[in-house]
Write a protein that binds this ligand. Structure first.
Ligand code: KG4
Ligand code: ZN
Length: 334
């Protein structure tokens, strides 16, 4: 019998379901919630309600697209932590009900581990041990991976995440939420060296982005006082310069981690790994310094159930199942 797993992701504002058979992702359906745009950020209560509406059609479509019948499923997986608790509850209750009804095992997944394992969905796959820079709206981590289920965070942000740095900068520029992809878009046509933003001096492999946000705020206040339409006129150069600084902060720590560990297998994961500047910087540095660089396909960078399914496959092989009374949690270490 093939190992067929239905996986559900509902940690933040994407409702997603995927089906994986013997380690191959056959479907990955993602429903984006647009309701939050008008508020400039994710509203937890609205996210939970949207998950309630989306979850049945999304799961139904994921099953239909994969061609796998629910009677033939081997297990149901869901994102257990971290995330917005109301959002996690929708996915976990749904997953538990299905596991109970079908009398098959339940598998709780750590969202950040799943982001890392998104690198195993397509070929080529990284070899162990490898380093993964996980950069999302809520996290910024350098993870040392010894095996699919053995990972250690060796560096992380002390304040804002890289995605937050993008989104908060975009907000200061008057761009809609989430601003990361827009900064990326405008940066493509701007000069990354036009404006110089500070690089924080944080010891070890940890990151900090809150100083950058403050520096951008003062920079904009000062320039707008001199020229009211400063942002409109220089938007592309400002975006390119902000993006350049975020990328150099990330790359410098990743390079340090590689030198300290001697590991040249390097992956990236999380929503910010969709950033074209970061992808280019990784490829360029990697080509010059003998790194093997792995970047997931775009649909597996931002939140998706395909990565939850991949993590669930490894947990299934290890027999790491969750009891039906397991509960989600907003925060949890690996
Ligand atoms: O992993 P993800 O989808 O959700 C979380 O778990 O947080 O990451 C979302 C983050 C947001 O901050 C968004 O602005 C950022 O990823 N993001 C980008 C790009 N695409 C998504 N940031 C910069 N450039 C992009 N192209
Ligand atoms: Zn995520």
């Amino acid at each position: 019998m093939p190992i067929s797993i239905l996986a559900i992701e509902s940690s933040c504002d994407e409702t997603s379901a995927a089906v994986i058979v013997d380690g191959k992702v056959l479907s990955n359906i993602i429903a984006n919630q647009t309701v939050h745009e008008q508020y400039g950020g994710v509203v937890p209560e609205l996210a939970s309600r949207a998950h309630q509406e989306n979850i049945v059609p999304v799961v139904d479509l994921a099953l239909r697209k994969s061609g796998v019948r629910k009677e033939d499923l081997s297990a149901i997986a869901f994102t257990q932590s971290p995330g917005l608790i109301g959002s996690l509850l929708v996915g976990s209750c749904f997953a538990k009900s299905m596991a109970l009804a079908l009398n098959i095992p339940l598998i709780g997944i750590h969202h950040m581990q799943a982001h890392v394992l998104a690198n195993f969905i397509d070929d080529p796959k990284p070899a162990f041990p490898f380093l993964c820079l996980t950069v999302s709206g809520g996290h910024t981590q350098i993870v040392l991976c010894e095996s699919p289920l053995n990972m250690k965070v060796i560096g992380e942000t002390l304040d804002d995440a890289a995605g937050e740095a993008f989104d908060k900068s975009a907000k200061l520029l008057g761009l809609p939420y989430p601003g990361g992809p827009l900064v990326d878009k405008y940066a493509k046509e701007g000069d990354p060296h036009k404006y110089r933003f500070p690089e924080p001096q944080i010891p070890g492999l940890n990151f900090s982005f809150s100083g950058l946000k403050t520096a951008i705020l003062y920079f904009l206040q000062e320039n707008k006082a001199k020229q009211a339409d400063f942002v409109d006129v220089h938007l592309k150069d400002i975006c390119a310069s902000i993006q350049h600084r975020i990328i150099t902060i990330l790359m410098n720590k990743l390079v340090k981690a590689s030198k300290e560990t001697g590991i040249k297998e390097v992956c990236v994961a999380g929503g910010v790994s969709a950033n074209s500047g970061l992808r280019n910087a990784l490829q360029e540095y990697g080509a010059k310094h003998g790194w093997n660089v792995y970047i997931p396909a775009f649909q597996y960078c931002t939140d998706n159930a395909g990565m939850i399914a991949m993590a669930a496959h490894y947990k299934y092989l290890a027999g790491a199942f969750s009891p039906l009374d397991t509960i989600p949690s907003a925060r949890a270490a690996f």
